[in-house]
Design a protein around this ligand. Structure first.
Ligand code: E4P
Length: 219
């Protein structure tokens, strides 16, 4: 399972990359706004700065919602760097755009996915990645992980090549369960990735080992 970090914050991207487990980055307009990135040139430069940190797979989301504009914006984003994956919303013109980008050899990430039907449509249209939002489903009392499991099963049964990129991950158990049900990728905040490190028995065990070593060495 690949790990993407879900942020536009350069320090967090660097920290995750330095840990040696990062396979890519996802951003969205809200995450860019959170970093105060506005204006075409600034947005472009920021995506380039992200691409300069990581090895590949940087999702950059289009703002347009009509086919012609989605195509124009997606092509501009793809020109920034070969590492860019164009992120397109699950709407009618977005589905048409997925098909178009596939024919042009431009990788896509279909976002704002909340049902198995949407997942089938995106795979048929040739999306590279599919982003079902787990946390936002959990927020309204639907089981986000059940949806991931269902989509993984459908994609395997049908032989679809689209990768399931579990998004809107809020905590480490979301990530662990995604691994269990066979998601291809998870995208999550830095705190979820570093949260995997934590266990009180690791901390107390290490403290004991170090104390015993010091005692034996007469320190
Ligand atoms: C990533 O591609 C999504 O935009 C993101 O995971 C959404 O997460 P949120 O529901 O925590 O905003």
């Amino acid at each position: 399972m690949k790990f993407f970090i879900d942020t536009a914050n350069l320090d967090e991207i660097r920290e995750a990359y330095d840990l040696g487990v990062l396979d890519g980055v996802t951003t969205n307009p809200s995450l860019m706004a959170k970093e105060g990135i506005t204006g075409d040139d600034n947005v472009r430069n920021h995506y380039k700065a992200i691409c300069d940190i990581v090895d590949d797979k940087v999702s950059a989301e289009v703002i347009a919602t009509e086919f012609d504009q989605i195509i124009a914006e997606g092509k501009e984003l793809a020109k920034i760097d070969d590492k860019i994956v164009v992120k397109v919303p699950m709407i009618k013109d977005g589905v048409k755009a997925l098909k178009y980008f596939k024919s042009e050899g431009i990788r896509t990430n279909c976002t704002l996915v909340f049902s198995a039907g949407q997942a089938i449509l995106a795979a048929k249209a040739g999306a590279t990645y599919l982003s079902p939002f787990i946390g936002r489903l959990d927020d309204i009392s639907y089981d986000g992980l059940e949806l991931i499991q269902q989509i993984v099963h459908i994609y395997q049964t049908q032989g679809y090549e689209t990768e399931v990129l579990a998004a809107s991950i809020r905590h480490t158990m979301h990530l662990v369960k995604c691994a269990e049900v066979g998601a291809d990728v998870v995208t999550c905040p830095l705190k979820v990735i570093t949260g995997l490190l934590k266990h009180p028995l690791t901390d107390s065990g290490l403290a004991t080992f170090l104390a015993d070593h010091a005692k034996a060495a007469g320190k």
